[in-house]
Design a protein around this ligand. Structure first.
Ligand code: G3P
Length: 218
């Protein structure tokens, strides 16, 4: 399973990259705004800066909602850097644009996916990634993880190549459960990833090993 970090925060991206287990980055307009990155020039530069920190795919989201504008914005984003994946919303014009990008060998991430039907459309258009938002489904008393399970089954049935990128991850158990369900990628905030390191028995065990070593060597 690949690990992407879901942020536009450079320090957090650097920290995740330094752990040696980071496979890519996802961003969205809200995450860019949270970091104070506004205006086209700054936003485009920020994507390049992120690509220069990490080795893998970096999702850059279009803000256009009609076909022609999504194509022109997406091509501009894709031309920024070879690691850029064009993130396109799950709307009719978005699916048409994903089909176009697929034919042009431009990688895509179909975002704002909340149902199996939407995930099937993304796969049929040839999206590289589909992003089901599991945390936001949970927020509305829907079972986000169940959507991952359903997409996995249907993609397997039809041998769809689109990769399941579980998004809107909120905590470590989302990551653990996504791994059990066979999600190809998770994208989450830094603390959902670093939380996987934690176990009190690891801390206690290490403390004991080190103190026993000291006893034997003084
Ligand atoms: O990048 C999309 C998604 O991961 C957003 O997550 O926590 O805002 O629902 P969240």
């Amino acid at each position: 399973m690949k690990f992407f970090i879901d942020t536009a925060n450079i320090e957090q991206i650097k920290e995740a990259q330094s752990l040696g287990i980071l496979d890519g980055v996802t961003t969205n307009p809200s995450l860019m705004a949270k970091e104070g990155i506004t205006g086209e020039k700054k936003i485009l530069k920020h994507y390049v800066d992120i690509c220069e920190i990490v080795d893998g795919d970096v999702s850059a989201e279009v803000i256009s909602t009609n076909y022609k504008e999504i194509i022109s914005e997406g091509e501009k984003l894709a031309n920024l850097h070879s690691q850029i994946v064009v993130k396109v919303p799950m709307i009719k014009d978005g699916i048409r644009a994903i089909k176009y990008f697929t034919e042009k060998n431009i990688k895509t991430n179909c975002t704002l996916v909340f149902s199996l039907g939407q995930a099937i459309l993304a796969a049929k258009a040839g999206a590289t990634y589909v992003s089901p938002f599991i945390g936001r489904l949970d927020d509305f008393s829907n079972d986000g993880l169940n959507l991952i399970k359903e997409i996995k089954k249907v993609y397997h049935n039809y041998n769809y190549k689109t990769l399941i990128l579980a998004a809107s991850i909120r905590h470590t158990m989302h990551i653990i459960n996504c791994s059990k369900l066979g999600a190809d990628v998770i994208t989450g905030p830094l603390n959902s990833i670093t939380g996987l390191f934690n176990h009190p028995q690891t801390d206690l065990g290490l403390e004991k090993f080190l103190s026993d070593y000291k006893k034997g060597n003084t």
